[in-house]
Design a protein around this ligand. Structure first.
Ligand SMILES: *[C@@H]1O[C@H](CO)[C@@H](O)[C@H](O)[C@H]1NC(C)=O
Ligand SMILES: *[C@@H]1O[C@H](CO)[C@@H](O)[C@H](O)[C@H]1NC(C)=O
Length: 444
């Protein structure tokens, strides 16, 4: 009997466990005690927050994907309204906040909230800061580097160059991957100690002083023609380059009969050509935007794809070309950039936008109207209710106030012979009594 009971209990627990489909752990305040042990990727959320609601299904996918990789990463989420001590102790004040804990080291995530970006971030965070690879593994690294650039140190892992490489990787391992490859056959001909970046289906070597390495890594960590969004534009701008932004479209860029596709591949070829001119390459970073919203907000006017402009993130200034996007060629883009670089140096350039007070106010007003317009465009019914109902109420109130008859005699409200300070109740009682008396008399 007892054995049967235990069997039943085991079976029951087993069912309970296997019934939970999510690989995302729901955490509580005890998390603070275990966060320094192992790898955690945690979403701190509040149930009322709309961004969090949108993230939850993506977060479940992140949990599943990381569970499949067999990496020792635990994915979890924590309701900050139920356990406020945890976000307080971590200094969290926005939702959702995504943090990776690597054996106690905290790495905040600030990139886009798409599954692939989140998964590759977690993988980078979990990997060794510099991963040692063999010649055979190099091909796979090269394949992965087509979308996510990687830095690779060829040679014996020692010396000043390697130390610098290590120092940079300790700072930046959550942003980009670092590898080292040393070989027995190091002394063979053609093998030289060097640092390279693998990206855009090619390998580019670092040339220069070790001191410049960090700056170089910062400039080279993006693909040549990177997809930009509001989530990563600041980081792309931090590369210290001017960003050449092409307004394109994620779907249309594959549609061979679309103008956007032609424009997109034209700008892409210009970005490849830019590589050949080292001076220009060090000044410009090509990127493309899916849709024109961000471009419109930067320029404070309605932009339509295809469109091209150059953006300085630090000053929020942008530069425009006189060429029509339809008439641009690879050469005309490069000539424009060359001239722009020269006139920036000379200080003769005409910049639009900026961060001065007037422009900031203008941008705020524009963004306000823009957001309302967006609301109507995406959710017309809800927006109509949201704005229509209060407006309707207001108009009814206005109408009743305006059409009300104010010509009544003031005496009607405060008869002279009565004390205006008299309580309303007493007054009405008095009136009632009088009325009653009158009626009573009449009846008699
Ligand atoms: C942006 O503009 C500022 C001020 O003109 C300048 O100092 C800075 O170098 C520019 N940024 C880039 C990436 O050129
Ligand atoms: C491709 O682009 C053409 C021209 O802009 C458009 O008419 C067509 O609907 C597009 N096709 C798809 C599948 O989006």
């Amino acid at each position: 009997m007892r054995i049967l009971f235990i069997h039943f209990a085991v079976l029951f627990t087993f069912c309970l466990c296997s019934n939970i489909p999510s690989s995302v752990l729901e955490l509580n305040e005890k998390f603070v005690e275990v966060k320094n042990e192992g790898m955690w990727f945690i979403e701190f959320y509040a149930p009322w927050c709309a961004h969090c609601k949108r993230l939850h299904p993506v977060w479940d996918q992140v949990g599943h994907t990381l569970a499949d990789t067999n990496l020792p990463i635990r994915v979890g989420k924590l309701d900050c309204t139920r356990f406020p001590s945890v976000p307080n102790s971590l200094g969290i004040n926005g939702y959702p906040t995504l943090i990776f804990f690597r054996n106690g080291k905290r790495i905040d995530y600030r990139g886009s909230r798409e599954r692939d970006a989140l998964v590759s971030f977690a993988k980078r965070c979990a990997a060794p800061t510099i991963e040692k690879i063999t010649r055979r593994q190099l091909d796979k690294v090269k394949l992965d580097s087509r979308t996510d650039p990687s830095f690779i140190f060829y040679g014996k892992p020692s010396g000043a160059e390697y130390e610098k490489f290590q120092e940079i990787s300790n700072k930046m391992f959550s942003l980009v991957r670092f590898y080292s490859l040393s070989e027995d056959k190091e002394n063979q001909e053609g093998f030289k100690t060097r640092i390279c970046v693998l990206k855009d289906n090619a390998e580019f070597e670092f040339v220069g002083n070790v001191e410049e390495l960090e700056h170089w890594v910062n400039r080279e960590r993006w693909p040549g023609f990177v997809a930009a969004s509001s989530a990563n534009l600041a980081e792309i701008g931090a590369s210290g380059k001017l960003v050449v932004l092409a307004v394109s479209n994620e779907l249309e860029k594959y549609n061979t009969s679309s103008e956007i596709q032609k424009f997109h591949s034209l700008v892409e070829s210009a970005s490849k050509e830019l590589r050949k001119d080292r001076k220009l390459w060090e000044r410009f970073q090509f990127a493309w935007l899916d849709g024109s919203d961000l471009a419109s907000q930067i320029q404070m006017t309605t932009i339509k794809a295809p469109h091209l402009f150059v953006f300085n993130y630090t000053t929020y200034e942008y530069y425009l070309t006189e060429d029509e996007p339809q008439k641009m060629t690879k050469n005309s883009i490069l000539v424009f950039l060359k001239q722009l670089a020269e006139s920036v140096d000379k200080g003769t350039v005409v910049a639009f936008g900026g961060r001065d007070l007037f422009t900031r106010i203008k941008r705020m007003v524009f963004e306000f109207y823009w957001n309302i317009a967006q609301m109507f465009a995406t959710q017309p019914l809800l927006s109509s209710c949201l704005f229509g109902v209060p407006i309707a109420f207001l108009s009814i109130i206005c109408y009743s106030i305006c059409s009300a008859d104010f010509s009544v005699d003031r005496d009607e409200f405060y008869p002279d012979d009565e004390d205006p300070l008299l309580d309303d109740e007493e007054e009405s009682e008095k009136e009632d009594e009088e009325e009653y008396d009158e009626n009573h008399e009449k009846a008699e």
